[in-house]
Design a binder for this molecule. Structure first.
Ligand code: NAD
Ligand code: LMR
Length: 333
C-alpha cells in the first residue's frame, strides 16, 4: 500500500503529475490538495481504471491534514511559475511562504513521508522545508529531496539529439549535479552513457552545457508569459517519485541525482566535500535510494577540467541560495 500526495495538484504541473501518479500501479491511494479546483481534478482522475483511490481537498475543514494523513510520498509543485525576464530567485518572495506553510502541515501530519520539492527556487525551498522540520523536531535528512530530474531528462534528450539518435534518448544517462538554476546546473557530460561525438568543437560543447543549464528559460520564452515547463516537469516528477516508491518497496540499486542535505550520508558527504573543496549543506549528487530514503551519496568521480570550472562556478550561487532559504525560516516566527 502506498499513498502518494500532490500539494498544488490543480496547477500546470500538478494536474499532469497527478494523472501520471494515478496510472502508476504501485500507488494505491492518491491525495490531491490545492487552494482551488482539487475536488474536480480528483473526480476526473478517479474514473480512470487503475488501483489508486483518489481524494481531493481544499483548505477548509482541515483539507491539508486530511490529504496528508497516511502519506508515504508527498510531492510539492505548489507555487507561482516564472514569466519571461524573471529568474527562479524572483519567485522566492511568494513561493517561500507557500512551501513553508505546506512543510508545517507535513511535519505535523506526515513527518515520516518522503518529501519531493518541485516548487522553485529549489535551491532555497529545500532548505526551507528542512528548517521547518528542524524547528518542529522531525527532520530526517534522508527523506527530503529537491527534484532536479528535469535537468537529467533534458540532458538525455539534448545529448540524444546531438548524437543524431533521438530514439536512444530514454537510455542516455548523464549525471547532472549541483542544484536547479542556471549555473548551479552542472551536467557531467564526460560521464554520459553515450559519449559525445569525438572532436566535438568547444563551442558546440559549451552550447550543449548552456542549453541544459538554461532549458527552463527556453520553455518560459516559448510559453510567452503563460508559465514555465509543466508537461516535461510532470513527466520528470513522476519518474523521480516512481524511483522513490520502488526503493521504498525494497528494490535495490536505484540511483538518481537529487538536491539533498549532505547530512543524509556523512561518509558520502565527506568524499563529496573533499572533491568540492568546500563544505555545502546541500548539493545535488547521484543518490542511491533505499527504503529509508538516501542510502548513499556518490562522489562526482573523474571529471574534466571544463567540468571542474562549472562546479566551481556553481558553488557561490548554491551557498547564497541555501542561505536565503535558511534565513527565511530563521527570521519567521
Ligand atoms: P501553476 O501556477 O500552474 O500551479 C501552481 C499551483 O499551486 C496552482 O494550482 C495554485 O493554486 C497552487 N497553490 C498556490 N498556493 C498554494 C498553497 N498554499 N497550497 C497548495 N497549492 C497552492 O504553476 P506550475 O507551472 O505548476 O509550477 C509550479 C512550481 O513548480 C513553480 O514554482 C515552478 O517554478 C516550479 N517548477 C519547478 C521545476 C523543477 O524542475 N523543479 C520545473 C518546472 C516548474
Ligand atoms: C525548469 O527548469 O523548467 C523549471 O525550473 C521552471 C523554470 O522556471 O524554468
Amino acid at each position: 500500500m502506498v499513498k502518494a500526495v500532490v500539494l498544488g495538484a490543480a496547477g500546470g504541473i500538478g494536474q499532469p503529475l497527478s494523472l501520471l501518479l494515478k496510472v502508476n500501479p504501485l500507488i494505491t491511494e492518491l491525495g490531491l490538495y490545492d487552494i482551488v479546483n482539487t475536488p474536480g481534478v480528483a473526480a476526473d482522475l478517479s474514473h480512470i481504471a487503475t488501483p489508486a483511490k483518489v481524494e481531493g481537498y481544499l483548505p477548509p475543514d482541515d483539507g491539508l491534514i486530511k490529504t496528508l494523513t497516511g502519506a508515504d510520498v508527498v510531492v510539492i509543485p505548489a507555487g507561482v511559475p516564472r514569466k519571461p525576464g524573471m529568474t527562479r530567485d524572483d519567485l522566492f518572495k511568494i513561493n517561500a511562504g507557500i512551501v513553508k506553510g505546506l512543510a508545517e502541515g507535513i511535519a505535523k501530519t506526515a513527518p515520516k513521508a518522503f518529501v519531493l520539492v518541485i516548487s522553485n527556487p529549489v535551491n532555497s525551498t529545500v532548505p526551507i522545508v528542512a528548517e521547518v522540520f528542524k524547528k518542529l523536531g522531525v527532520f530526517d535528512p534522508k527523506r527530503l529531496f529537491g527534484v532536479t530530474t528535469l535537468d537529467v531528462v533534458r540532458a538525455s534528450t539534448f545529448v540524444a539529439e546531438l548524437i543524431g539518435n533521438l530514439g536512444a534518448a530514454p537510455d542516455v544517462v548523464v549525471p547532472v549535479v549541483g542544484g536547479h538554476s542556471g549555473v548551479t546546473i552542472v551536467p557531467l557530460l564526460s560521464q554520459s552513457s553515450h559519449p559525445l561525438p569525438a572532436g566535438l568543437a568547444t563551442a558546440d560543447y559549451e552550447a550543449l552545457v548552456k542549453r541544459i543549464q538554461f532549458g527552463g528559460d527556453e520553455v518560459v520564452k516559448a510559453k510567452d508569459g503563460t508559465g514555465s515547463a509543466t508537461l516535461s516537469m510532470a513527466y520528470a516528477g513522476a519518474e523521480f517519485a516512481t524511483k522513490i516508491i520502488r526503493a521504498l518497496k525494497g528494490e535495490k540499486g536505484i540511483i538518481a541525482p537529487s538536491f539533498v542535505s549532505l547530512a543524509s550520508d556523512p561518509a558520502g558527504a565527506a568524499a563529496l566535500t573533499a572533491e568540492l573543496g568546500q563544505e555545502l549543506a546541500y548539493f545535488s549528487s547521484r543518490v542511491e535510494l533505499g527504503p529509508q530514503g538516501v542510502e548513499k551519496l556518490y562522489p562526482l568521480g573523474t571529471i574534466t577540467d571544463a567540468e571542474k570550472v562549472l562546479v566551481k562556478a556553481a558553488i557561490p550561487e548554491l551557498i547564497k541560495n541555501i542561505e536565503t532559504g535558511v534565513s527565511f525560516v530563521e527570521a519567521s516566527t
